[in-house]
Ligand binder design. Structure first.
Ligand SMILES: [Zn+2]
Length: 154
């Protein structure tokens, strides 16, 4: 299980886990002494506050995984930056996302493999339940390469 989270972020520390028949819920945190302002890329050592984010991740042995991520807000100490406070960012998590990038990628593959009603059944069976509306939203927000037909004359 800990390897599962180390693959996500090597700095991730599991504080506690609770398991029931269908779900594994873990409280995790990332140890960092600095934050990088997404606006000016300036590093900050001045912590503002801590807060909790609830995030879904890939299932473990068919059980849904829900992470309670304790993360931080930081003061931007660059006096020329417009952002006075910023939230910690992670490569494996979209800034306002409620699921990990790897879970999002898996759901997009499933969404594109069949119709969204069937895909919703598959995601439920695999331990990453989402509604068919969510899968439709993923399809609509996936960037697709523009392919020109060889038969088109324009
Ligand atoms: Zn800044």
């Amino acid at each position: 299980m800990y390897t599962h989270f180390a693959d996500l972020d090597s700095r991730l520390i599991v504080l506690s886990c609770i398991e029931d028949a269908n779900t594994l819920t873990c409280v995790v945190t990332v140890v960092s002494k600095t934050g990088r302002c997404p606006n000016c890329q300036y590093g900050s050592h001045k912590r503002h506050s801590a807060y909790m984010r609830v995030i879904d991740d890939l299932p473990i042995q068919g059980k849904s995984v829900q992470l309670y991520l304790k993360t931080h807000k930081w003061f931007c100490t660059n006096s020329f930056c417009e952002a006075k406070v910023f939230t910690e960012r992670f490569e494996w998590l979209l800034p306002h996302g409620q699921r990990t990038v790897r879970l999002d990628a898996a759901l997009r593959v499933i969404a594109f493999s069949t119709n969204c009603i069937e895909a919703a059944h598959v995601t439920r069976m695999l331990g990453m339940p989402v509604s068919h509306d969510t899968l439709l939203r993923l399809i609509h927000t996936t960037e697709m390469p523009t392919v020109h037909s060889p038969f088109c004359r324009h």
